[in-house]
Design a protein around this ligand. Structure first.
Ligand code: GDP
Ligand code: MG
Length: 166
């Protein structure tokens, strides 16, 4: 099984930390070489039974200037070409304007979207529950998966779930 997986989310939600945990050392090498205006291959995860190519999708944030509009278009095109989208949020923050902006863009994308609630190490299980309640009807998420990219909690499970969708 193999597939392309885009990671999106507001700055500082933990996208790079996640990539570092999943791919490790290889990212730095990949991201320097594979940088294009279109998208950025962050790394390739090769397992016995699967290969996953992770793509950073810059430009999905609210544009501040006209070049920004162009970047958003490119990002939308990228999202329509991948096999799965990881929309990452910070468990320690509530639902925000930036999230709504990204979710509005995702409405046009006919690809499976997984809501990844990161930094669960920072919150109480009750808070996680109310966060899921807050987000679950905002989009038709394929699945909602809480993780800690920093500590590694549930990351292997996330990869297993992704694999099933490839
Ligand atoms: P990005 O902008 O989405 O790429 O976010 P980064 O990966 O750079 O992470 C932003 C900050 O959040 C860094 O200080 C990370 O160490 C921290 N961080 C990322 N994931 C976690 C997590 O699961 N738990 C905690 N406590 N901190 C995290
Ligand atoms: Mg980053």
């Amino acid at each position: 099984k193999s597939g392309f997986i885009a990671i999106i989310g507001r700055p500082n939600v933990g996208k790079s930390t996640f990539m570092n945990r999943v791919i490790g050392q290889k990212i730095a090498i990949m991201s320097d070489k594979a940088q294009t205006t279109r998208n950025k291959i962050q790394g390739v995860l090769t397992q016995d039974d699967a290969q996953m190519v992770f793509i950073d999708t810059p430009g999905i944030h609210k544009p501040k200037h006209r070049l920004g509009d162009f970047m958003v278009k490119i990002a939308e095109n990228t999202l329509n070409e991948v096999d799965a989208i990881l929309f990452m949020i910070n468990a320690n923050e509530g639902y925000g304007k930036g999230d709504q902006y990204i979710l509005d863009r995702l409405e046009k994308v006919k690809r499976p979207v997984f809501l990844i609630i990161n930094k669960i190490d920072l919150i109480h299980p009750d808070e996680l529950f109310s966060l899921i309640e807050q987000y679950k009807d905002k989009h038709e998420f394929e699945e909602i998966i809480p993780i800690s990219a920093l500590q590694g909690n549930n990351v292997a499970h996330l990869l297993d779930v992704l694999k099933e969708h490839l």
